[in-house]
Design a protein around this ligand. Structure first.
Ligand code: 2M8
Length: 437
């Protein structure tokens, strides 16, 4: 490791400072100004970082998310903070009062995000010293987290393939990935974005999605409102129904974490076990393209794989989905000039040689710390310490030289999007602990 214990300690202290500054009551916002509310997968990752220095706060981060759970089990992608400064689109835009399943007395969005709550809860248990308190926490959240996982099984099962679908690019977490372009192209919004965007007044527009993309995002939300957020009606009518590789891979990681939790609590996990096995095999069959030897997202409306050269091609590595020769060849692809060149700054979210690659624009190329982190975890779990160490060094270098940014230029390492980004801080803390072990 190129970094001394002293340097890592300093990084850790700086990360803790960011998480403290971004605290909003029981939860943590992703960033000071750009994202003033609580986000779903952000909070799960943040809780993992918190669990190393404040396990009680890590637990309240999860409890605050669960407080926004819908009656159908869904955990929304945003829980609005009533005291926050402006963010658009806000609660009035989502207007969840139209939904029978929406919770009352709490303001949320009407869609979800990659489910990582079981993963977060299990990490909290593993990192807490007081194991009795840890077990109590797992028991107290078990039912709600199971209900969230079952939401996908019941309401996002489009074609009984074992995979789950997403209904909006915001659900993917990789909002403007080029993988969604061909699906979004089928949507012709009647008006350009009908709210004032706060994001592009804070961040240079060249680093954010454009207005046409936002108009399509808004068009989809208008549709859900008209359908009163009925999941069944949405699956029948929504033009954006996608079986996402990253989403399904993360769901598998989350189901596996739930199996570990179930074992600790001695619950019967037969159903979860069967689903996890089926999901894994469905990613390996339905989302695999034998011609390219890579994975691809599936456009359910048009019944075809979306073959864009994005992180989807290789991401199932993170969930241990490919094995043997398939894994080897995907690792070779990962280490190639396309995604992670020898002197690069980490893994790009889009193949550098693809026509859609943009080194500055959000999920269309930049390096993200959570993506690096998911790969690092798999390398460590599969005993590939050399790769894990190399990627950790890349990640520390990015943060050490440039600050705790939302994303980074793969060409220069420069920080992009917002600074003081919470999951960057949280995952740096987790990586430092992994080195210490
Ligand atoms: C980004 O998404 C939000 C909308 O949900 C936005 O652009 O305003 C994405 O990077 C998403 O993955 C992330 O959870 C969120 C907050 O960090 O920001």
């Amino acid at each position: 490791m190129k970094y001394s214990q002293k340097a890592l300690n300093e990084l850790r202290q700086a990360a803790i400072k960011i998480l403290n500054a971004n605290r909003i009551g029981k939860a943590t916002k992703p960033a000071p100004e750009l994202y003033p509310h609580q986000w779903n997968w952000d909070s799960a990752l943040i809780a993992i970082g918190l669990s190393h220095f404040d396990p009680i706060r890590a637990q309240s981060e999860i409890q605050a998310l669960l407080a926004g759970q819908w009656k159908n089990g869904m955990i929304p992608h945003i829980i609005f903070n009533p005291k926050a400064a402006s963010y658009s689109p806000g609660p009035e835009f989502w207007n969840i009062e139209k939904a029978v399943a929406a919770p009352r007395g709490i303001s949320t969005s009407g869609i979800t995000q990659p489910p990582l709550l079981a993963l977060a809860a299990h990490n909290i248990y593993c990192n807490i010293h007081d194991k009795t308190a840890g077990l109590n926490f797992l028991e107290s959240t078990f039912e709600a987290i199971s209900a969230y996982q079952k939401f996908f099984m019941l309401h996002r099962n489009y074609d009984d393939s074992g995979l789950v679908c997403i209904i909006h690019p915001w659900e993917s977490g990789l909002d403007n990935s080029p993988a969604w372009d061909p699906v979004l192209a089928m949507i012709t919004p009647t008006t350009l974005v009908n709210f004032k965007r706060t994001d592009s007044s804070i961040i240079p527009p060249s680093q954010r999605p454009d207005d046409l993309e936002y108009s399509r995002y808004a068009y989809l939300v208008e549709l859900y409102k008209n359908l009163e957020y009925s999941q069944e009606k949405i699956l029948r009518n929504c033009p954006f129904i996608v079986e996402s590789v990253v989403f399904n891979s993360l769901l598998l990681l989350d189901l596996e974490a739930m199996l570990s939790i179930g074992k600790l609590l001695k619950h019967d996990m037969t159903e979860t076990m069967a689903w996890a096995l089926r999901l894994k095999s469905a990613v390996n069959s339905k989302l695999f393209d034998p011609n390219s030897g890579c994975y691809g997202d599936y456009d359910c409306r048009n019944g075809r794989l979306i073959l864009r050269s994005t992180i989807s091609e290789i991401f199932p590595i993170c969930a241990g989905i490919p094995s043997g020769r398939r894994r080897d060849s995907l690792i070779t692809r990962l280490k190639s000039d396309s995604f992670w060149p020898k002197h690069g700054f980490g893994i790009t979210t889009v193949n550098r040689h693809s026509g859609s690659f943009d080194s500055q624009k959000y999920w269309r190329g930049p390096v993200w710390i959570n993506i690096n982190w998911f790969f690092i975890n798999n390398f460590l779990n599969s005993g590939d310490n050399t790769l894990a160490l190399r990627l950790m060094e890349n990640t520390f270098q990015l943060v050490n030289h440039n600050g705790f940014f939302e994303y980074y230029s793969p060409q220069t390492g420069k920080g992009l999007g917002t600074g003081d980004f919470s999951w960057t801080a949280a995952l740096i803390i987790d990586m430092i602990h992994k080195i210490d072990k």
